[in-house]
Design a binder for this molecule. Sequence first.
Ligand code: ARG
Length: 745
Amino acid sequence: MYFYISLFSLIVNCTPKSAIRNPQSAIRNPMKSLKPTFFFLFITLFSFIAKADEGMWLPMLVSKYNINAMQQIGLKLTADQIYSVNQACLKDAIIALDHGGCTGSIISQKGLLITNHHCGYEAIAEQSSVGSDFLTDGFWAMRPEEELPIPGKTVSFLIRMEDVSARVLANVTPGMDEGERGAAIQKETDQIIEETETGSEFEVSVESMFEGNEYYMFVYQTYKDVRMVGAPPSSIGKFGGDTDNWMWPRHTGDFCLLRVYSDADGKPAVYDKSNLPLQPKYFLPVSLAGVKEGDFSMILGYPGATDRYLTSYGIQEKLMQSNPADIKAKRAKMDVMKRYMDADDATRIAYAGDYAYLGNFWKKSQQESKSLQRLKVYDDKKKIEDEFQEWVNGDESRKLTYSSVMDDFKTLYQSSAQSRANEAIVYAGELLMGARILYIAFQTGELVSRFDSADFNEMVSSNKVRAAKFYKTFNPALEKELLRNMLEVYATNVSPQYVPDCYAIIHKKFKNDVGRYADYIFEHSIFASEARLLEFLDNPRKKTITKDPAFVAANSFIASYMLARLSQMTDEDKFSKARRLYIAGLREMHPESTFYPDANSTMRLTYGTVKPYQPADALFAAYYTTLKGVMEKEDSTNAEFVVSPRLKDLYNKKDFGRYSDDGIMHVCFLTTHDITGGNSGSPVVNANGELTGLAFDGNSEAMSSDIKFDVNLQRTICVDIRYVLFVVDKFAGAGYLVDEMKLAK
Ligand code: ARG
């Protein structure tokens, strides 16, 4: 889950879609059932000062906890220049894309925004067609009129944050059960949000930190007119493709440029031709100086979710159940998609975004399991738990509060493993999201209970709009085969109690042949094509939906999914209490340590240095790569490693302009930052706060990093900003964009 996260996993309300996409978080946080989780890691004061690399720190607290250590290793800025509510500062140039799917930063006085190519990937695909394929060929607006509006894209600025723990927890008493506690917290939280939002143009959220031990309020301003300015061809922006993904050495120019527009007053406005480029409070200067080993470096961004205090039981669960299920389900989908994508360009473009998403997390789950084992993370966690237990046993009052925590974890995970509900949730999720005919059937199903309501016609119209968009990227032959395969994978891998009713139909009517069942659905369902769905929406009848075979199948999977969720939910309160107490206990146990909360899509700062590493015994990895490596990796027979003739030409002529490092074109570099999914596109800045690169990945050897930071192995993979500028200026001929920036040597 490194540097980008799917939007789906961030949708906060409990739509089945988001619940399915992020089943884990649903288990962990009953209050906001779908926000990512809030575990954290503790480190001793000593290790934190000595190493400085681990930690996703709240920017507001940097002045208190981090600034001295940061200055000791080279930072030249003050805490106020990083985070302040009184003056323009770094945080004002950092944005969350789509409420936290990726991070970006503002790099000019005219609202120019830089993020990763893979963060703009879906938008680039959506703007593409077989005739003008921006994925393959890249896209460059040479003047403002050529910029492309991206419908639905949002850019959020953090206005301020505040510790509201005292107020949120004011009415919580020790005697409350988890339900009462949750209600008291919710009531106060809602009030805070309402008070702050009323009469303002801001969006407010209150987030739990340390598993409900603390609460922080975040105030955002969100812009909705965002346009595409430039994207390199995939042969640069996604060079190395899925083969190189999560790997070092890396040679990817993973960036794209957008622009934020506002109304004439600088306020957010929906797309309008007359909108103006945003004049930001602050934008990042861009460094031409490059980075050297040992340089101070930091990142501000929006990490999505970490699980740094997952217990040893949780690790077993991941290794035995959820990761294997995730890997199998995603692979089954990808195999079908790949075959159709290779055969047809329109299909390749239509499914590019989904395929990239699947491939990314399929590989991540595998590498995560490998790293967890190689780095013996289970043993580390067990040791911490044993120490915790010993500490608890050493004192009567501690026993009173914490004595059952470890045992509770044990029983809860045991019963969860026995129920195998986790697996069912993963498979049902992948099936419902993946076999898209079931998904559209489920979505349209909202009409069933609304036939007599006043807004019915309005709902029908919005269903028509949705259908038009949905079927643009729907290949029926692919979808039918996918449904068939997923039905098979589900039945062979999921515990019988979660196998839905529709398999009885498959058994009875189709002699257990899932292929015939899929054929039947595609022959008879109104959801099999846009024409049929539109025909239905012109003259909607309740019975037509309720009897539709795709709707029936979708519903029966949802029923199984709900059953599995229900089985988890019975234990949810106990789980959340155990987690909250565990963290509270650990903090009490280590009063000398500074703790940071788990990532939860709120702005964080991580700092460290530029540094090489040793990926394995006898292997040493340098901290930067160069354009020579692109040429060495070139393979014209493999779409992932094609090199464009223009890039080769520039390389051969050494035509690097002012962007080289003593005549050598650097491409990517490594830092010791602590980041995760959601940090994609984050600006990497030097001691002076100047942009040196963009974070875009992590290394496979440390893929257990969401659970444990490994100081020797974990690196952030960044694209060198000089390579970005070289591509914009020399490769694309869009030097006017570089002229917009403030360059520092
Ligand atoms: N692993 C990176 C992330 O999760 C990059 C993903 C995009 N690259 C790719 N080849 N699919 O953010």
